[in-house]
Design a protein around this ligand. Sequence first.
Ligand SMILES: Cc1cc2nc3c(=O)[nH]c(=O)nc-3n(C[C@H](O)[C@H](O)[C@H](O)COP(=O)(O)O)c2cc1C
Length: 239
Amino acid sequence: MPEPTPLMLESFEQLAKHRRSIRHFDPRAVADELLMRLLDCARWAPSGYNLQPTHFVLVSDLAIKMRLFTACMSQRQIVEAPTIVVFVGDRRAFQHNAEAMLAQERAAESISPEYETLLRRVLPLAFSHAPAGLGWLWKALLIPVAAIFRPVPSIPAVHQRFWLAKQVALAAMNFMLAAEAAGLATVPMEGFDERRVRRLLGIPRWCIVPIIVPVGYAADRPAGKTRLPLAGMTHRDRW
Ligand SMILES: Cc1cc2nc3c(=O)[nH]c(=O)nc-3n(C[C@H](O)[C@H](O)[C@H](O)COP(=O)(O)O)c2cc1C
């Protein structure tokens, strides 16, 4: 991979500012190879401890899309877009991915033995629900007490949905920007009944669905895009 250059920043600025939420799609399908390239960009998003909890469920079957449409508050883009990417967060990413991730990191020499030892100590503290699936409870009870004496970060085992939503959102944003770069259109969606979506798509009960992103070719683009001024949202040294 070449190093990024200042010219790439200009291209990125254009990309970020040009991306819009598109709600009307051309029926033209997106080539699977292209879709996989976009998902590959999503996969390269960062994640806490590199645990990579994000999964993608691709829906293009019309009968399934029609049922998804109902679960998504009848938002038309679900029917119009040729593919719907359901972004899923795996609550058991620690159990499912930690060893594979550590093995890869070791093979790539991207972690030192000392850091691996530290991770092996910290990860169970942060993620494990043992014993008896109630570990989160004693962690939740201990956090306010510990926080009196020392800084305590938010603990994924306790704030699971919050932790997962962050990881999945970063992957979804990578996906949407990659789609924009490929001349495709997307719209991020939170307007859906998560329980119905999970049941319809057979998503395991240990997963959550923070965001759904239809993808395809735009049939039309909305006019003018606005954002509040940067000065009003930037705080230096303190709020
Ligand atoms: C987390 C999230 C959830 C959203 N949910 C929906 C949705 O359910 N339906 C929809 O039409 N747009 C949805 N949007 C799109 C926003 O309305 C849109 O991003 C915003 O108006 C800014 O417009 P732009 O994306 O074109 O810049 C969502 C956006 C985000 C970031």
